[in-house]
Design a protein around this ligand. Sequence first.
Ligand code: SF4
Ligand code: SF4
Length: 79
Amino acid sequence: MPVFVNVPGCTCDDLSGCPSIYMCDADALTYDEENDTIVYDEEACWDCQTCVKYCEVNMIYYAETNEELEEIKQILGVT
Ligand code: SF4
Ligand code: SF4
């Protein structure tokens, strides 16, 4: 199941210190230093939703299907 990190909405000053990255035991979330962003690897994801819980400002979204994820992105106004 897909996860979406709404990076433009992140409130942490330093994305490399994102607690959700460190709490993801599957290493499905990583910090991309070159682009200063958080990258999600769906193949590696275990669907545990731990990352969602550790973002206190709710910038990580979890969807049951890709269709649901697209709906969430449309509501957020991101592509
Ligand atoms: S904790 Fe949330 S707001 Fe902070 S960097 Fe991670 S996803 Fe973004
Ligand atoms: S749902 Fe779990 S495995 Fe997937 S990115 Fe989030 S913390 Fe990692």
